[in-house]
Design a protein around this ligand. Structure first.
Ligand code: CDP
Ligand code: CDP
Ligand code: CDP
Length: 223
């Protein structure tokens, strides 16, 4: 079967990464988590104490940083140089800063280049905010995956609770709404549904059903 280039965009908590991972595993595709790359860049800025307003230091970091994704079964391990940051980039501290960092054009230029290189050859699923609009405007299949803020907040709340976190549902809903707002209104590559993307609202679907819907779309496109 033909191996497609698949773009999945949408807001935080829509289920992009979990669904993309499942689909990639089923079809033997490579899953590329572009959000993890913005998180890794944000992690490196914190590590090196680089101020977001220091344009020169940010640019210098884009020139020397080495961000790598290594597929491991259905997961995506993340490295900055030799250092594995797979778990370190998932903290609330990073989540609250990543949208400001990802609004910087110089950072996007660097990461988009890496993402295009990784997507070469097909058989890949990328998820993020600008995959269908900017990174891979010629992707074979584009999906805009979304769900209501309430259902997205509830999903993240369950995740946090499972990990023993103490954030309330209200805190999480507010943080999701604020990130959606920043991601959708930034000047560079805002979160937007591509004209040729298929809209999939999974407020009423579970993860398995979401993955089924995406797999069906890929298989229809392959025929
Ligand atoms: O998993 P979650 O939805 O929380 O976020 P993520 O996919 O890990 O992305 C973290 C942040 O990176 C987003 O809120 C965006 O600000 C940024 N991002 C982006 O600007 N462009 C992408 N292609 C992917 C992520
Ligand atoms: O990558 P993104 O931020 O879009 O979302 P995610 O991290 O894949 O999904 C957030 C949480 O929602 C995960 O715990 C998923 O298992 C869950 N989820 C769900 O309960 N129902 C869905 N239809 C999709 C995701
Ligand atoms: O050398 P080439 O232009 O083929 O490679 P690239 O620019 O690194 O692009 C790698 C992948 O991204 C190719 O599969 C292109 O189809 C895709 N791409 C795209 O869809 N739209 C663009 N404007 C640039 C690249």
């Amino acid at each position: 079967m033909e191996r497609l280039t698949v773009a999945i965009d949408g807001p935080a908590g829509a289920g992009k990464s979990s669904a993309a991972r499942l689909v990639a595993k089923r079809l033997g595709y490579l899953y590329i988590d572009t959000g993890a790359m913005y998180r890794a860049f944000t992690w490196a800025m914190l590590q090196e104490k680089i101020d977001i307003g220091d344009a020169e230091a940010v640019r210098a970091l884009t020139e020397r940083i080495d961000i790598r994704l290594e597929p491991l079964e259905d997961k995506c391990r993340v490295f900055v140089g030799e250092r594995e940051v797979t778990d370190a980039i998932r903290t609330q501290d990073i989540s609250s800063r990543v949208s400001s960092v990802s609004a910087l054009a110089v950072v996007r230029e660097k990461l988009v280049q890496l993402q295009r290189n990784m997507a070469e050859g097909g058989g890949v699923i990328l998820d993020g905010r600008d995959i269908g609009t900017v990174v891979l405007p010629k992707a074979d299949l584009k999906i805009f995956l979304t769900a209501s803020v309430e259902s997205r907040a509830r999903r993240r709340y369950l995740e946090v609770q499972a990990k023993g976190g103490t954030e309330t549902l209200e805190d999480i809903a507010a943080s999701i709404a604020s990130r959606d707002d920043m991601d959708s209104h930034r000047a560079v590559s805002p979160l937007r549904q591509a004209d040729d993307a298929i809209l999939l609202d999974n407020s009423e679907l579970n993860l398995e059903e979401t993955a089924d819907a995406i797999t069906d779309l890929i298989q229809q496109r392959c025929r």
